[in-house]
Design a binder for this molecule. Sequence first.
Ligand SMILES: O=C(O)CCC(=O)C(=O)O
Length: 278
Amino acid sequence: MRLSAEELESGKLSPETLELAIQLIKVNGYVLFEEVLPRAQVDELFNSYAAILDPYFEEHREEILNPKNGFNDGTNHVRLYLPFEKPFCDEAIIANPFVTAIVDRILGEDCLMTYFATNTSMPGGKKSQPVHADTSSRYGDKYEANLPIANLIVNYPLVDVDENNGPMEIWPGGTHLHPDNWYAPNAFNKSKLAEHMHGIKMLMPAGSILIRDDRVWHRGTPNKSNKHRPNIALIYSENRQREGTIQIPQETYDQLPVKAQRLLRNEKIGFPVAAPKH
Ligand SMILES: O=C(O)CCC(=O)C(=O)O
């Protein structure tokens, strides 16, 4: 959906849009707000990211594309954790008001940001990833009913995503509503089922915001263009005991807006910025 000029101007969703977005995530597994971030900001993010990714990929190519890693074999996909620094840790990314309005309502106002990374479909991929959900079941094979949403993944595409440059493909409308044990490793093969189900390619302009239940089945597809297709990927989680992983220097944390500080309060505050890693 497209936000109104008034919503974009004020940085606030209307009550109707907020309610619609929440219900869409609940029934369909995702909501897409098209073209929200200004193009100049997205271009700056893309250029800063490419400056990190390109040398990293060259240095670690063998490991990242190791054919023993079935997930990346032939797909040319790379997941890279981002250093917690500008321009990536801008408020518009980590505590975007359109996003926080939704995550607060679904996960609770005490929710946390727990993941700060990117997924990139690199040129030259030959095949799609296996169809998967992003996190595993909470109770292994034991629990046979669906559980409330615990994690929301937020993607910001840094280029226009079209049929040609490796769009994420998702299976909406119910794959997030299965019993918990369907997300465990022993569950029936999702790729086999998905072949007979309706998937859609997430075609979206750069600077869009895609918010999805982490259980929605999806996969990366090969990028047939000659330019990276990166998505920033953040995870917001319900407030549960867990060890933080995002390293944030104290000075950076102190300068964050209050909402961002609250979201990141469980992370590794007072640690140096971590180097990018896959
Ligand atoms: O193409 C994408 O951004 C999705 C990639 C993905 O799902 C993954 O690497 O786990």
